[in-house]
Design a binder for this molecule. Structure first.
Ligand SMILES: Cc1cc2nc3c(=O)[nH]c(=O)nc-3n(C[C@H](O)[C@H](O)[C@H](O)COP(=O)(O)OP(=O)(O)OC[C@H]3O[C@@H](n4cnc5c(N)ncnc54)[C@H](O)[C@@H]3O)c2cc1C
Length: 67
């Protein structure tokens, strides 16, 4: 029997879950649902910073690819 699995969100956690489940196609059938235009979640780089840098200089949200 193949189990249908829905993964909500394609950030780091969702992508790891998809990778793990997809490696067992005889057991799982996986579908990922991502509300954004790209996969990667927090780690998708964008110039749109809402609050400016943190005290450590890291852009606060939604991505911090300039560390
Ligand atoms: C500035 C910053 C720095 C960070 N630095 C580190 C670090 O150095 N090391 C570390 O381990 N972690 C760090 N983190 C934590 C970071 O959140 C995690 O590393 C990781 O990105 C979390 O992955 P995630 O998949 O749980 O969540 P996210 O990356 O947030 O992914 C969630 C995904 O789910 C999607 N989603 C949400 N709701 C829905 C819905 N209803 N339907 C469809 N899609 C949906 C979102 O669009 C998104 O793509 C940092 C976070 C920030 C903001």
């Amino acid at each position: 029997m193949v189990i249908d699995v829905a993964v909500i969100g394609a950030g780091a956690a969702g992508l790891c879950a998809v990778r793990h489940l997809a490696s067992r196609p005889s057991t799982f059938s996986v579908t990922a649902f991502e509300q954004g235009e790209k996969v990667g979640g927090t780690w998708v780089y964008t110039e749109n910073l809402r609050q400016g840098p943190t005290p450590t200089g890291c852009p606060s949200t939604p991505a911090c690819s300039k560390i």
